[in-house]
Design a binder for this molecule. Structure first.
Ligand code: HEM
Length: 489
């Protein structure tokens, strides 16, 4: 009898535990945001979210307002769409809202890398030293050399008119920007002496091109890998690709950037084994190359589709080159583009920021470690529940918000700049906004490579506009909508 009672109690306890995990008992408390668990237990809205996150969140915002909690794959996410709350969330202490909990899980799942406690500070210190300030000047120079190595080697020195070449714009931009970034950060082929330079350059071109093609294969698998929904065959391919990169990135190189070499050293000092260091390096490759090439593509495409924008940026680039005594002439030495020159382009800056407004769509996530109060701009106070996640999706809450950016679907190259070259300020409901474009995230987890990314994309545009005539094969073709996975194929 007693045994039956124990068995029954265990069964009931497991059943209740199971129902709890499925979210059956979760109720909205009086001071909490609206709760929407969807109709499928535990999974909640995972399918809608995966299909098209932006559409799903717009729908939820229409239904619930600027703050709501939804169940997605067993986790409760509170989405905050009110940009006046962003500061409070981004500045909240790590003991309450923590970005590592979620990021570290993802990194383990996607890159097989198990982060250590010092990870964030390692990335942060190497980035401050080598991707900002004087370090940025050094890496900008080496990136220029690598761009020239990849873009200009086939240009003949003579005056003769060359035939037009056709390529897929997305592929061309991603390929060149990836390879220049990779060679500048991870280093170039070792070479023995001065005679060997051209041979080593050719090796760099071949090797970086091979790496790019493998990287694109991983890139295509990435969204489904992050959601753990790869079929077995693709899973095996993802494993193969990871191993390929782990071994490639550990090969001996010359001219390795301080950003990479310092992080190797700090990892070793923190006792991270070699195989984990290689995995970390692949994660950095993905973080540093996965967005820059595609953004450069969108920028160039928008410029080509908007002749007045192209003319303004082209004139600005030509003016900066002229003022620094640089001239692109057949047979003359390659132009020198310095960081100082890159800082004199308010129109190009605005066109780039406008491109990022349209295409960058990060979801910024924090784990709620303690119940946390949040006051919205309407004055209502909510509690974010311990164990949940709080998420921002600035792409729809600010970047495409017509109250902040009128006609948000249009590319306006000078949206972010005043006629005198100063930066524009933005308002919502008459109140000045701090967060009106967030392609790099914000707070502790803000992209540490953002200044370098901007320098790379601007170098690319400088070189494209000063060395080439560009034309779309089919000028009438509409710009496609931005695909849910981010990149065209
Ligand atoms: C257009 C280009 C780029 C965009 C739009 C971009 C955007 C972002 C975003 C949104 C995050 C995450 C922020 C968060 O979760 O709160 C991030 C993280 C990161 N980015 Fe970038 N990024 C770009 C280029 C780069 C480059 C060129 C580098 C390095 C050279 C880089 C290195 C990193 C690293 C290492 C992280 C992770 C930081 C951490 O975990 O602490 N990114 N980036």
């Amino acid at each position: 009898m007693a045994l039956w009672a124990i068995l029954l109690c265990t069964l009931i306890a497991s059943l209740l535990g199971g129902l709890y995990l499925l979210g059956v008992f979760r109720r909205r408390r009086p001071d909490e945001p609206p709760l929407d668990k969807g109709t499928i237990p535990w999974l909640g809205y995972v399918l809608d979210f995966r299909k098209d996150s932006a559409e799903f969140l717009k729908r939820m915002q229409r239904k619930h307002g600027d703050i709501f909690t939804v169940l997605i794959g067993g986790y409760y996410f509170t989405f905050v769409m009110d940009p006046f709350c962003f500061g409070a969330i981004m500045k909240e202490s790590r003991s309450k809202l923590d970005f590592r909990t979620f990021a570290y899980k993802l990194v383990l799942q996607v890159f097989g890398y198990k982060p250590i406690e010092a990870n964030h500070s390692i990335i942060h210190s190497a980035s401050i030293k080598h991707l900002m300030g004087d370090g940025l000047t050094v890496i900008t120079q080496s990136t220029l050399k690598n761009f020239q190595k990849l873009m200009l080697f086939s240009l003949s020195p003579g005056e003769e008119k060359r035939a037009w070449q056709e390529d897929n714009l997305f592929h061309y931009c991603y390929n060149i920007v990836f390879r220049a970034g990779y060679l500048s950060l991870y280093g170039t082929e070792p070479h023995q002496g001065a005679d060997d330079t051209e041979k080593a350059n050719e090796q760099d071109r071949i090797h970086s091109n091979q790496l790019f093609h493998e990287f694109r294969k991983y890139d295509r698998l990435f969204p489904r890998l992050a959601y753990s929904v790869l079929p077995p065959k693709d899973k095996m391919e993802a494993e193969r690709l990871k191993r390929f990169f782990w071994s490639m990135l550990s090969m001996k190189k010359d001219n390795i950037s301080g950003w990479i070499s310092d992080q190797y050293q700090l990892m070793a000092e923190n006792g991270v084994p070699k195989y984990m260091q290689e995995r970390f390096m692949f994660m950095l490759l993905w973080a540093s190359q996965g967005n820059t090439g595609p953004t450069a593509f969108w920028l160039l495409l928008y410029l080509m589709k908007h002749p007045e924008a192209m003319k303004a940026v082209r004139d600005e680039v030509a003016k900066v080159l002229r003022e620094h005594g640089q001239e692109v002439k057949p047979g003359s030495p390659p132009i020198d583009i310095t960081r100082e020159m890159l800082n004199q382009t308010p129109l190009l800056d605005s066109a780039l920021e406008e491109t990022l407004r349209l295409v960058a769509a990060p979801i910024l996530i924090r784990a709620v470690l303690q119940d946390t109060r949040l006051k919205t701009s309407s004055g209502t106070e909510y509690t974010l529940r311990k164990g949940d996640r709080v998420a921002l999706f600035p792409h729809i809450s600010v970047q495409m918000n017509p109250e902040i950016h009128p006609k948000p679907n249009e590319f306006k190259y000078d949206r972010f700049v005043n006629p005198d070259g100063t930066k524009k300020v933005f308002y919502k409901n008459g109140k000045r906004l701090k967060y009106f474009n967030m392609p790099w995230g914000s707070g502790v987890s803000i992209c540490p490579g953002r200044f370098f990314a901007v320098a790379e994309m601007k170098l690319f545009v400088f070189l494209m506009l000063s060395h080439y005539d560009l034309e779309l094969v089919n000028k009438e073709e509409e710009i496609p909508g931005i695909p849910a996975g981010g990149n065209p194929n």
